[in-house]
Design a protein around this ligand. Structure first.
Ligand SMILES: C[S@@+](CC[C@H](N)C(=O)[O-])C[C@H]1O[C@@H](n2cnc3c(N)ncnc32)[C@H](O)[C@@H]1O
Length: 280
């Protein structure tokens, strides 16, 4: 029997579907703003890391799961790279950004054929994407193959650092319920993020390194808005039987808006590795 072509092969799903289908539908009102709230917090960290890796003129970049395009636009307009390909399954917010140095590509990452006419890249960057895709290990291998010799694969995703003394607060219980719900619906794996350095090495990359940054979760910040919007968006799934009681959910939401909010919230782990340059 002939093997199915990549277009025919269904992408792996979580138990209830994929990101953007079972949860976080792109057409939901406010979804762009939710993504932008996280971008406001994490873009400066991403830029700092990419700059440190040397991104700039002469580079060709693939921005995977580009979202609202804040990183893709920065690469094209401020870092001055030669070309950015901004890939997302939903490009409604990226399309207006397309230009001579920013190409927008609508596709599901899981269905991108290794041989597709994408070419090779000096930088492949994916932020807050792979943790949500059950086939992440295979995707890392495929993204690593897209690198030019000397090119970097940079992965950023959420990393939770729970307070061991707090197992019962409404905030903690809601976060725990959120990770469980994400795993049980779309197949998110927040624990796998901590393994990214090993995943990158297993994909054949060298000079692997990682860092974890946890910006403060305090009142009135874009980070507090991001978690409020994320929890509200997940409300029905979070309150499904056996997950979280409504009274705990409401208390956690109120805490996010309270003047006393002070938490080491989930941070961003960034791991990177480089495709070895063959010896002459
Ligand atoms: C949480 S958002 C992050 C957006 C952006 N990377 C950022 O950090 O601001 C996840 C993005 O990944 C995209 N995405 C999720 N699954 C995808 C897939 N299988 N293929 C392509 N894009 C995907 C979503 O449409 C969404 O734009």
């Amino acid at each position: 029997m002939a093997a199915a072509s990549p277009e025919e092969r269904p992408a792996p799903t979580g138990p209830a579907g994929r990101y953007g289908e079972a949860l976080f539908r792109p057409e939901a009102p406010g979804e762009g703003e939710r993504i932008d709230h996280a971008a406001l917090v994490y873009d400066p960290l991403t830029r700092q890391r990419l700059r440190a890796l040397g991104v700039g003129p002469g580079w060709r970049c693939l921005e995977v799961g580009a979202g609202t395009g804040t990183v893709a636009r920065w690469l094209a307009e401020e870092a001055g790279v030669d070309e950015v390909v901004a890939l997302d399954r939903d490009t409604s917010r990226l399309a207006p950004l397309a230009g001579p140095r920013l190409r927008v590509l609508t596709d599901d990452l899981a269905r991108l054929d290794d041989e597709a006419e994408l070419g090779s890249f000096d930088l492949v960057h994916a932020r807050f994407v792979l943790m949500h895709l059950p086939e992440r290990r295979a995707l890392v291998d495929r993204l690593a193959k897209r690198l030019r010799p000397g090119g970097y694969l940079v992965l950023s995703d959420a990393a939770d650092v729970p307070d061991p003394a707090d197992a019962r607060s409404a905030y903690r219980r809601t976060l725990d319920a959120m990770w469980r719900t994400l795993a049980e619906t779309i197949g998110t794996d927040v624990a796998a993020v901590l393994d990214y350095p090993h995943t990158l090495r297993a994909a054949g990359l060298a000079e692997v390194a990682a860092e974890l940054v946890c910006p403060p979760l305090t009142p009135g910040t874009p980070l507090a808005a991001f978690w409020r919007e994320t929890w509200q968006r997940m409300r029905t799934d979070l309150l499904a039987p056996g997950r979280l009681e409504p009274v705990v959910f409401d208390e956690a939401l109120a805490y996010l808006d309270s003047p006393g909010l002070a938490e080491l919230g989930p941070g961003m782990l960034t791991a990177w590795g480089r495709r070895p340059v063959p010896r002459p």
